[in-house]
Design a protein. Structure first.
Length: 348
């Protein structure tokens, strides 16, 4: 991956593409989110809406079949990751172990191809969410399926109506998968640091008794990047966008008293996320954070003071950002060449 992988992955063309992307994401996310919420299954709406968003963000490729294949792969990884996190991560240390393994895989393939790296990261996010939310409503699994269906259907409709692909990035599957299996450009150091940081974030918040502390893990998984100090500004932008999204989500959530209004605003935030990522990573992560916080708050409303969500999320998300930045620096440390060191001593 080049240093410009982010721009290549999320770029948008001129003309109707930004509008098409916004409309497509709103339809894909809104149908399962608002539909399940109106049906009395808010947790299922959260799962369906989030799945639809992340599957939509995985749309890359030069052909219809390549783009559909990448989206389908993301869909399957999200379903599998969420199920594993829910079924096997409900006890202490078991959750950390599950997150560790999922993040290890995501870290290992992070240098192979932007699309594969993104899909694996979404799988790790789904695993951490499954560990933290503990799915109790069987409708959630139907919602996971619905989210993938609406994302693929919206992509197909946009293609038909606008006559343009939403993304034109190339995907050489043979080369990409070979690089993914080999851990190309990532290596064991980053994979281990990435996995350890994600598990540490979950362990730290659970030990401190933070409510819904898995947000720290979600933040670490989203923010930490393989590029390390080479693209440190990009990591900082991810962190800024994530932190800025918290007060915005808190304000919107408490400004709108009707839950259905919150669901609609969350859908709007998701619709703006894809365009935001094309403009600036901080804008994109702000929109994603607003969306995730609002829908999770719908499913699990905070108790106590009105600012409970604001300060709790600032605390654990800030912790997640800090762990991600520290782990990035650790992963970026390189041993000095012994021969070069000897030569410098001789020269001295």
């Amino acid at each position: 991956m080049t240093r410009q992988w982010y721009r290549d992955l999320f770029k948008l063309g001129p003309g109707p593409e930004p509008f098409a992307v916004t409309l497509r994401t709103a339809v894909a996310v809104g149908i399962p989110l608002i539909g399940y919420f109106l049906a009395g299954h808010p947790l299922a709406g959260v799962a369906g809406g989030a799945t639809a968003l992340f599957v939509t963000l995985s749309d890359t490729g030069v052909s219809r079949s390549a783009r559909a294949g990448t989206m389908t792969m993301a869909w399957l990884v999200i379903v599998i990751g969420g199920t594993i996190g829910d079924k096997f991560g409900h006890t202490m240390y078991a959750g950390e172990a599950v997150v560790l393994l999922a993040a290890l895989v995501a870290g290992w393939v992070s240098g192979s191809h932007p699309a594969i790296a993104t899909v694996a990261r979404f799988g790790a996010l789904a695993t951490a969410a499954g560990v933290g939310m503990q799915i109790a409503d069987p409708h959630v699994y139907y919602a996971l399926l619905a989210g993938g269906v609406t994302a693929l259907a919206a992509a197909f409709l946009v293609r038909k109506v606008f006559g343009i692909p939403v993304d034109r990035n190339a995907m050489d599957w043979h080369t990409a998968m070979h690089r993914a299996l080999a851990g190309a450009d990532a290596g064991p150091r980053f994979a281990v640091c990435y996995a350890a940081a994600a598990a540490l974030a979950l362990l730290a918040t659970s030990q401190l008794g933070v409510t819904n502390g898995y947000w720290a893990t979600l933040t670490t998984i989203m923010v930490m990047r393989r590029e390390g100090v080479v693209s440190f500004s990009l990591i900082v932008q991810y962190a800024i966008g994530t932190l800025v999204g918290i007060p915005i989500a808190d304000f919107l959530y408490h400004a709108v008293h009707q839950p259905i209004g919150v669901a609609i605003l969350a859908t709007a935030a998701a619709a703006l996320a894809r365009v935001g990522l094309a403009l600036n990573p901080a804008l994109g992560f702000t929109a994603v954070t607003v969306f995730l916080l609002m829908i999770v708050e719908l499913a699990h409303p905070s108790t106590g003071a009105g600012s409970h969500m604001l300060w709790t999320r600032l605390y654990d998300v800030g912790m997640g950002c800090a762990i991600a930045l520290i782990a990035t620096l650790v992963a970026s440390i390189r041993k000095r060449n012994p021969d070069a060191l000897a030569e410098s001593r001789d020269a001295a």
